[in-house]
Ligand binder design. Structure first.
Ligand SMILES: [Zn+2]
Length: 268
């Protein structure tokens, strides 16, 4: 077919040059759907959104695409500037500017200077620890996070200041950070860890992920991991990690065995 969109020389086509191939048609529909989805998500996220409003902004044709795309680029640049502006928090942490508290890791690691305001705004649990009332005095200059070692605590603090972590640090400390996010009520970190674990689920880490999901009562992560383990049960049972897992988590071993049996016998 002579497609007027993807052909290399549209001018040689006979007018009115308005035929398009299936692939270009599908592509155009996808772009329209994507534009509408982004606009609809924005409307839902805005504080004054009403359930009826998403259709209000819907894009009916690709004629608006160029203007719409330019707006998206403007907004992306604006977000970049905002992120750079907020990066000054990280600088204050690194350079220890006006720090007013230290946070100490377990195993008598070195205390890390930090800012009470950042800890309190990122975690309700830290806020309560730092608050004082008639029953308790506020800790004046140090709090201890006994379950994290020095590197893990540094990564936790970096996340609290920056709102993100490099993939290497996330990979290295995802289990410790997930447990800390659960304990200290840091929902955004919890979400990032969950996403990382879901994306990197493998034979070698799935048993660990199942234990983390169970400890943090993360049902979505637990269900997905359980399904993955059941699908790969032969390899899992023969893996080196399985024996230690059985000793560590007998209740999860029972759940995994029952799920595998159900699937093997096709029981719902
Ligand atoms: Zn085409």
């Amino acid at each position: 077919m002579d497609c007027s969109v993807c052909t290399t020389m549209p001018l040689i086509l006979r007018p009115p040059r308005n035929t398009i191939c299936g692939a270009c048609y599908e592509g155009a529909r996808s772009i329209l759907n994507m534009m509408n989805k982004i606009e609809s998500d924005k409307t839902m996220d805005s504080p004054n959104a009403s359930p009826a409003s998403p259709s209000h902004n819907s894009c009916k044709s690709l004629s608006t695409f160029k203007r719409w795309y330019a707006q998206q680029l403007d907004q992306m640049n604006e977000h970049k500037h905002q992120a750079a502006f907020l990066e000054s928090f990280v600088d204050a942490f690194r350079a220890q500017i006006h720090t007013d508290i230290t946070v100490t890791p377990g195993n008598h690691g070195s205390p890390i200077p930090s800012h009470k305001a950042v800890l309190a705004t990122r975690s309700e649990v830290f806020k309560n620890m730092l608050d004082s009332d008639e029953c308790k005095a506020a800790p004046t200059n140090n709090i201890t996070i006994p379950e994290l070692n020095c590197e893990e605590l540094e990564s936790l603090l970096e996340f609290l200041y920056r709102g993100s972590l490099g993939p290497e640090k996330l990979e290295q400390h995802v289990f410790a950070l997930s447990l800390a996010a659960d304990k200290y009520g840091i929902a955004y970190l919890q979400k990032q860890c969950e996403q990382y674990m879901l994306n990197s689920l493998s034979i070698s880490n799935a048993l660990d992920v199942l234990e983390i999901a169970d400890t943090c009562s993360n049902q979505k992560l637990k269900d997905t991991t359980m399904k993955f383990l059941v699908e790969n049960i032969q390899e899992i049972v023969l893996s080196l990690q399985y024996e230690a897992f059985v000793h560590r988590s007998p209740h999860l071993t029972v759940q995994l065995s029952r799920e595998s049996l159900k699937v093997a016998n096709n029981i719902k």
